[in-house]
Design a protein around this ligand. Structure first.
Ligand code: S3P
Length: 435
């Protein structure tokens, strides 16, 4: 378990060696759901045993899927329900995970029973209308009965659904995936158009499980044909690029560092951070590139003495959305301005990540101008250690612990226990690198 308060000091020496970050969070959620729905036995390797993904796996067990290991394990087999889940006896707890709740809502809307999805305080404040609206257009019956309008708990009365063609108002892989999962049970073709290319793990995994999932040439439109049946297929989950990203930035900003991250997921819809960091002057090499369903490889990063600011392009944002907090730390260590705009989705993540990042950078003495849809960070001046809040957001906690490695004095992060939702073992890896 991650400690609730973690302190770091200016890195006394370079970060060197090798590290394996844990399994990919987005892929693990989808493997649990698709493996749980499929016919037959899927052997899963390197599943992310974090609170979030274990909740999704437990949800599939509540629906009748059988998991070979009773204790949390990265490697297990899941016997799916052959597209015919049974009604859950109790509410399904999605914990902190928007991905878990939104994707499950898609599938549950189409199944012939009632279900209730609940979440923790943070998840119960996050917008669910974005999935409810398209699912209602398909004929779903979902009531958002949270204290906040349009928020969880969600009460779902499963129904037979119609296919739709839906144009997403925001670039969201979660909403896209919820609709595609509902579409698996509808009679006909369900097509989702997105304003920008978002992570495509659902599409890749659907194909991996034998269901055709067609994309337009510009990849902005994706379609599945309903009444589909998924066939079990073994899967290796790559290490999470979003977790590796903390060390990519740490090694780029701590003088003398050279670090190799092994077996990292390199799906291009996730790795825009690498392209942006290289543009800023980072020294990053990829090797051993391989992968069947998801591209994977090793990432070697060397200290970059002369990082400089950059302007992010709008189409880059969805492909680095979870890395903005750690990119902001790199920007604070880079000479000049970094402009991050068109990123208003950050306001509805585990915390309002625009204000959390701005508050913490300012507390470390960095000039930040906040906008509704992003921020401008003026980097290059020394970071000053401070006591900071994580806003109970795992990625804010990890990003600012990395910032602490470049700050004078001591940096203390409060309310860090949530790191376990995506990166169990982060604190151990941090200690290993700085000891
Ligand atoms: C995710 C999609 C993104 C991302 C989240 C995981 C997914 O959210 O921020 O951490 O697994 O589909 P949105 O779909 O809301 O952009």
């Amino acid at each position: 378990m991650a400690s609730d308060t973690i302190s770091v000091e200016l890195a006394a020496h370079p970060l060197r060696g090798e590290l394996i970050a844990p399994g990919d969070k987005s892929v693990s959620h989808r493997v649990a759901i698709l493996g749980g729905l499929a016919s037959g036995v899927t052997r899963v390797r390197n599943f992310l045993c974090s609170a979030d993904c274990l909740n999704t796996l437990r949800a599939m067990q509540q629906l009748g899927a059988v998991v070979s290991s009773s204790a949390p394990a990265a490697n297990f087999s899941i016997t799916g329900v052959g597209m015919c889940p049974s009604a859950p006896a109790d509410s399904i707890d999605c914990g902190n995970s928007g991905t878990g709740m939104r994707l499950l809502a898609g599938a549950l809307s189409a199944l012939p029973f009632s279900s209730r999805l609940t979440g923790d305080g943070s998840l119960s404040r996050r917008p669910m209308r974005r999935v409810i609206a398209p699912l209602e257009q398909m004929g779903a019956c979902i009531r958002a009965c949270g204290e906040k309008e349009g928020c969880a708990p969600l009460e779902i009365v499963g129904r037979s659904l119609r296919p739709i063609h839906y144009s997403l108002p925001m670039a969201s892989a979660q909403v896209k995936s919820a609709i595609l999962l509902a579409g698996l049970f509808a009679d006909g073709e369900t097509c989702v158009e997105q304003p920008a290319v978002t992570r495509d793990h659902t599409e890749r995994l659907l194909r991996h499980f034998g269901v055709p999932c067609e994309e337009s040439a510009d990849r902005l439109s994706v379609a599945v044909r309903g009444r589909a049946s998924l066939q079990a297929h073994d899967i290796d989950v790559p290490s999470d690029f979003s977790s590796a990203a903390f060390w990519v930035v740490a090694a780029s900003v701590v003088p003398g560092s050279e670090l190799t991250l092994r077996g990292v997921g390199l799906n291009p819809t996730r790795t825009a951070l690498l392209r942006v960091l290289r543009r800023m002057g980072a020294q990053i090499e990829l090797s051993n590139e391989r992968g069947e369903c998801e591209p994977t490889g090793d990432v070697t990063v060397r200290y970059a003495p002369q990082l400089h600011g950059t302007d992010l392009r709008p189409e880059e944002i969805p492909n680095l959305i979870d890395e903005v907090p750690i990119l902001a730390v790199a920007a604070a260590c880079a000479e000049g301005e970094t402009n991050i705009r068109h990123a208003d989705e950050l306001r509805v993540k585990e915390s309002d990540r625009i204000s959390s990042v701005a508050a913490n950078l300012q507390a470390m003495g960095v000039a930040v101008q906040e906008y509704d849809d992003g921020m401008t960070i003026t980097g290059g001046s020394p970071l000053v250690g401070a006591t900071l809040d994580s806003f109970t957001d795992h990625r804010i906690a990890m990003s600012f612990l990395v910032a602490g490695l470049r700050a004078t004095g001591k940096t203390t992060l409060l309310r860090c226990a949530n790191i376990d939702t995506s990166y169990p073992g982060f604190e151990g890896h941090l200690r290993q690198l700085i000891q």
